[in-house]
Ligand binder design. Structure first.
Ligand SMILES: [Zn+2]
Length: 308
């Protein structure tokens, strides 16, 4: 009996220490991820994103239970991600969500979350707009507010996705970070909001695995989560899926030219039409394109045009 009590005591202490250590692990964020069993397959998308964010110190905990929108459950998390098309929210769940965000927590509605809880104008105001309609295509967005901490070091990405249009925009306390531009259309695409002491990050990206598997999307969502939870999004590595131009060398010597005799075929004339031969050529072009042997040969003997 005594040993059994002791065992329980030791096990109890062990769990207490484990719990304390995990709760106190510095820098980690824990967010509830609310999905459902509808067409956007949130559980599948969660399985793509959660391991990537875990490596980055962000733990997503999946649920499809609307009952989890209650103060006792929500208070365990730094933020709430929604990727779902639940049509209705009860008044209790609605106030739990609004109070939770207003108290200073993070709220991260992704893609179809702007067409969730259709019975709640307050939810739509909180998100910042409601989804209206879409076609689809492969596109990039145009960054605005590039000084916003979420966009520091982020250059955008290209993906196939649904071309969301929104309605019921709520520009109050909203900052648009990305637009989707198509002809004259300039559709707010990614934005932040504040709500009381809380912060909202929304992006319309994210219909299916093509975007969820895109490192640019994962990078953007991490930035959004960190910002929404009151953290520093600039700790997220820079991201670009486009190669940048090599900057011009400032210390490069000026071009050198050497005498030459090169046939000149003016553009736009009949095939074979020649004009006066060119009498100089750039040294460096010759060196780089033909190699050292040809360069030496040129210096020693001179070339009469290209022999290729
Ligand atoms: Zn979709």
């Amino acid at each position: 009996m005594r040993s059994s009590l002791l065992d329980r005591f030791v096990v109890g202490i062990f769990f207490l220490v484990t719990l304390t250590l995990s709760a106190a692990e510095p820098g980690r964020l824990s967010l509830l991820f609310l999905g459902d069993n509808a067409g956007h397959r949130p559980a599948e998308r969660f399985r793509i994103l959660a391991p990537e964010l875990k490596k980055r110190g962000i733990d997503l905990i999946y649920t499809d239970r609307l009952d989890d929108l209650n103060p006792a459950t929500l208070k365990n998390y730094a933020g709430l991600v929604i990727y779902a098309n639940q049509t209705k929210i009860t008044p209790d769940q609605e106030s739990a969500l609004l109070d939770y965000v207003a108290s200073g927590k993070g709220f991260v509605p992704l893609h179809c979350a702007s067409y969730c809880f259709l019975n709640s104008p307050k939810y739509i105001e909180l998100v910042g707009a409601q989804f209206r309609s879409h076609e689809s295509g492969t596109f990039r967005t145009t960054l605005a507010e590039t000084n916003h901490p979420i966009l520091k070091g982020f250059r955008g990405f290209e993906s196939w996705d649904e071309t969301y249009l929104h309605t019921k925009h709520n520009p109050k306390d909203r900052t648009v970070l990305e637009y989707r531009i198509e002809g004259k259309l300039r559709e707010p695409w990614t934005w932040t909001r504040t709500h009381g002491k809380g912060r909202v990050f929304y992006t319309a990206w994210g219909h299916d695995h093509r975007t969820w598997e895109n490192p640019g999307f994962q990078n953007l969502v991490e930035r959004g989560i960190r910002w929404a939870c009151g953290g520093d999004p600039t700790v997220v590595p820079p991201f670009s899926d486009q190669t940048s131009m090599t900057p011009l060398a400032k210390d490069a010597p000026p071009f050198e030219y050497v005498p030459a005799k090169l046939p000149f075929y003016p553009g736009g004339t009949r095939w074979g039409t020649t004009a006066e031969p060119l009498t100089t050529m750039r040294n460096s072009v010759w060196k780089e394109s033909r190699g050292h042997a040809d360069w030496v040969a040129h210096q020693k003997f001179g070339y009469q045009g290209f022999g290729c």
